[in-house]
Design a protein around this ligand. Structure first.
Ligand SMILES: Nc1nc2c(c(=O)[nH]1)N[C@H]1C(S)=C(S)[C@@H](COP(=O)(O)OP(=O)(O)OC[C@H]3O[C@@H](n4cnc5c(=O)[nH]c(N)nc54)[C@H](O)[C@@H]3O)O[C@H]1N2
Ligand SMILES: Nc1nc2c(c(=O)[nH]1)N[C@H]1C(S)=C(S)[C@@H](COP(=O)(O)OP(=O)(O)OC[C@H]3O[C@@H](n4cnc5c(=O)[nH]c(N)nc54)[C@H](O)[C@@H]3O)O[C@H]1N2
Ligand code: SF4
Ligand SMILES: [Mo]
Length: 734
């Protein structure tokens, strides 16, 4: 059999590593980091190697499933589409567009087929009921970035290769491999930074793996970041350390900010964050004094009541200390394609707004076109005009990933119709009436739309499918276009190629105006996402402008470059990047100042607070069926300090019952001296013992679902993001 070596970008997390995959015929022989990848340079984590197991997983769906009399049966694609037409269209016709909700999960950000074509389905549906994993994750950062810089994805990242002082809050890149920061081999880069004399400080309620490899770790009370950050901003003002440097002429609201933070002295903030005033002051002074300093906050700072305030204050610190948009500080990537902050007129724009509409039951504002995913259950349960009666779930598993999965599970059973686009019959898709499978990543081409906008260095990389896809199985973009046509009433027998041609022609017209015909010709025989990528690259900031700039890039050039094209270190982008109406950085958006004015200090409590954690051999809820990842010790355990355990007669390995007002679960205990005072930790994404799912390996060690403990009513009111951390919990022996 013929041996071949392939280059494949890993779609399993935000690090986007280039992999070298050796195959013999239809078999994967080995997977390792691709040394020649210009961006990841050979890095790989255990999950990258699991692509073989994912490809071969007997439980991975390869044909559509239709539920008949409560049982899933295999079906052809035509039968599945006929069933969707028969069941979904009457709901739409009788109850209108809002009666069909759509929910998108994490993998939809990692697949161009999904990210580029899901919006076409949403547009065809015309529904306002859009939900996604974004409101379990980064919506606060998107909102604060939108308000400050003018676009939801203008998010700065640490320029780690030139940084000499880095403050990390609520992130664990040693394990997560980075988030809203595409940084393969964080470990190596952090080591190199410290070897050049740089200093890394981690603020976290647990001494996590990133803290263990840093210079300093400071425990914080879960949910307390807003107080620490205010104490630091206050210090910069009160000690005359505000030196925005080059950015001074691009700022709005400096005086309003100064006035707004005046009362928040480190002394007053200490009880809120559990960090002494002198430490808050020292951190602010170190940041101000750093030659190349950066403050980076991630999911731990977002999944809190004050997630948006935290996300804002992190960048306020970066601006005031002169480290935003400066080499070695927090910088804005310039992606080769698909970045809104490289399109349109540079320097100003429409900015962002929220609350253009409100959710029907709770009245929560829309943010970035979505409602909070924690409101999905009530929108299904509550009768009346606009009730959600059908759901399309795209690569999402909210039964495990969203708070109060038990309630959502019950709600899903009330739907008139549910369609899942998923590769597994799992805790969420078991509720569907029809499941349409996607391809194995090894059967799919890959270009990251989102993550080059968040990368530590600019680059453009593409990978071809490793294997041909099975006969008759569509790519997911084809499925999505076909569904869009179906809900538009065009029936099931549409010409997908013609739909794709029509869609791209509209894009090309917008970009090229009366040159559109020439551009269409230049795009040639390409179809689907590849044609989109070529158009975006060639019309993008490094593009060849279809021949006007012959030295520029195109998809063909990237394909021809082994390991992709390096586009250099990050460069300063302000003011060009800004899309605020004022053309300035908005330091004091009224929405945020109003929220700040209502801030109250938390009440002291002596109970335990629950936080989350991630594991290197896991990826949210869906990688627990892969042998290479599932082996080894039990991962769904409660980390608890030995002192707290002793008070409850718990010892290592015994079972504990965890109880909140929402639910109760039982998990094994793991004693751990790295926990902050009164803090316990559980990972999310477990609980694979629900009836009807088909995950044979995962079911052998199902773990328990942390989200059964979390309340769906707790949110950051500005962004709609769920509170997933710092939740009071009772722990007792059973
Ligand atoms: N308590 C707690 N809860 C959390 C978090 C936390 O820290 N604590 N983290 C939150 C975060 S950050 C996130 S992003 C969410 C994730 O929430 P979700 O996106 O809902 O969950 P995932 O576990 O990523 O599930 C992805 C789904 O996509 C399917 N899938 C995988 N690949 C493909 C594909 O190629 N095509 C299709 N069609 N389907 C595919 C999988 O089978 C699975 O059903 O979880 C959140 N939930
Ligand atoms: N191996 C692995 N990698 C992953 C994932 C996975 O499931 N497994 N999931 C991927 C996804 S979807 C995402 S979004 C990213 C997330 O990537 P990261 O943002 O790096 O997320 P975590 O590893 O959960 O680290 C969050 C940290 O926040 C801390 N924390 C909790 N509450 C608070 C608080 O109130 N304040 C502060 N300051 N810290 C707090 C936790 O103790 C934890 O150390 O990871 C991605 N990568
Ligand atoms: S770090 Fe992320 S992108 Fe890299 S191999 Fe692991 S899972 Fe894949
Ligand atoms: Mo996430």
């Amino acid at each position: 059999m013929s041996s071949r070596t392939h280059y494949r970008i890993c779609p399993l997390c935000e690090a986007c590593c280039g992999l070298e995959i050796r195959t013999e015929g239809p078999q994967v022989v080995s997977i390792r980091g691709a040394e020649h990848d210009v961006f990841s340079r050979g890095f790989i984590c255990p999950k990258g190697a699991s692509l073989k197991d994912l490809h071969e997983d007997p439980d991975r769906l390869r044909t559509p499933l239709i539920k008949r009399d409560g049982q899933f049966v295999e079906a052809t694609w035509d039968e599945a589409f006929a069933e969707i037409e028969r069941r979904l269209l009457p709901v739409l016709r009788e109850h209108g567009p809002d009666s069909v909700a759509a929910v998108a999960g994490n993998p939809s950000a990692h697949k161009i087929s999904l990210l580029a074509y899901f919006p076409r389905l949403v547009k065809a549906l015309g529904t306002r009921n859009i939900f996604s994993a974004s409101t379990l994750d980064q919506m606060p950062k998107q909102l604060s970035s939108g308000l400050m810089f003018g676009h939801w994805l203008s998010i700065p990242v640490p320029d780690i290769e030139r940084c000499d002082w880095l403050l990390i809050l609520g992130a664990n890149p040693m394990v997560s491999n980075g988030s809203l920061w595409t940084v393969p081999d964080y470990r190596g880069k952090a080591k190199a930074m410290r070897a050049r004399g740089g200093r890394i400080t981690v603020i976290d309620p647990r001494r996590n793996e990133t803290a263990a490899a840093a210079d300093e770790h400071v425990f914080i009370k879960p949910g307390g970041d807003v107080f620490l950050l205010l104490g630091m901003v206050n210090t910069l003002f009160s000690e005359g350390l505000v030196r925005p440097g080059r950015l001074a002429e691009h700022l709005n609201g400096l005086e309003a900010l100064r006035a707004a933070v005046q009362g928040f002295t480190p002394e007053k903030m200490a009880s809120g964050c559990g960090i002494a005033a002198d430490i808050q002051r020292r951190l602010a002074r170190e940041l101000a004094a750093a030659k190349a300093g950066a403050v980076y906050g991630r999911i731990g700072t977002c999944t809190q009541r004050h997630g948006t305030l935290n996300s804002w204050l992190v960048d306020v610190l970066n601006v005031l200390s002169g480290h935003l948009d400066a080499p070695g500080g927090m910088m804005f990537p310039k992606a080769a394609a698909f970045a809104a902050n490289t399109a349109g007129k540079p320097g100003s724009g429409k900015g962002v707004s929220t609350g253009r509409r409100h959710s029907r039951v709770s009245g929560a504002p829309e943010v970035f076109g979505e409602f909070p995913i924690t409101l999905l259950a009530e929108e299904i349960e509550s009768a009346g005009e606009g009730q959600v009666r059908a759901l399309i779930s795209l690569a999402a598993n909210p039964v495990l990933s969203a708070p109060n999965g038990a309630r959502l599970s019950r709600a899903l059973d009330q739907l008139d119709f549910m369609l899942s686009l998923d590769i597994y019959l799992n805790e969420t898709s078991r509720h569907a009436d029809v499941i349409l499978p996607g391809l194995s990543p090894l059967e799919d081409m890959h270009y990251d739309m989102a993550f080059p906008q968040l990368s530590f260095r600019n680059h453009a990389r593409f990978s071809e499918p490793v294997f041909e896809r099975p006969e008759g199985q569509p790519e997911e973009w084809e499925t999505l276009l076909r569904l869009a046509a179906l809900v538009e009433g065009r029936g099931v027998n549409v010409d997908v190629k013609a739909l794709d041609d029509a869609a791209i022609a509209a894009d090309v017209k917008r970009f090229a105006g009366d040159q559109a015909d020439g551009v269409m010709r230049a795009l040639g025989e390409q179809r689907g996402p590849e044609r989109l990528i070529d158009l975006a690259l060639r019309s993008g900031p490094y593009g060849d402008r279809f021949g006007l700039k012959p030295e520029g890039i195109s998809l063909a050039k990237i394909k021809a470059a082994p390991g992709g094209i390096d586009l250099g270190a990050l460069q300063p982008r302000i003011p060009e990047l800004l899309r605020t109406p004022s053309g300035r950085i908005e330091l004091a958006p009224p929405l945020l100042l109003d929220e700040l004015a209502q801030l109250t200090m938390p009440e002291a409590s002596d109970g335990l607070l629950l936080i989350g954690r991630r594991d290197m051999r896991s990826g949210n809820s869906w990688m627990h069926n892969l042998p290479v990842l599932a082996k080894g010790p039990q991962r769904c355990t409660l980390l608890i300090h030995p002192d707290e355990a002793a008070k409850r007669h718990l010892t290592d390995g015994t079972m504990a019952r965890l109880t909140t007002a929402t639910g109760s679960i039982v998990v094994p205990v793991s004693l751990c001296t790295d926990m902050g005072p009164g803090v316990v930790s559980l990972p999310h994404g477990w609980g694979h013992d629900l009836p009807g799912a088909r995950l044979q390996l995962a079911a052998q060690r199902p773990g328990a679902n942390m989200n059964e403990l979390l309340a769906e009513g707790l949110r950051d009111p500005l962004s709609g993001n769920a509170v997933l951390s710092g939740v009071p919990v009772e722990v007792c022996a059973i």
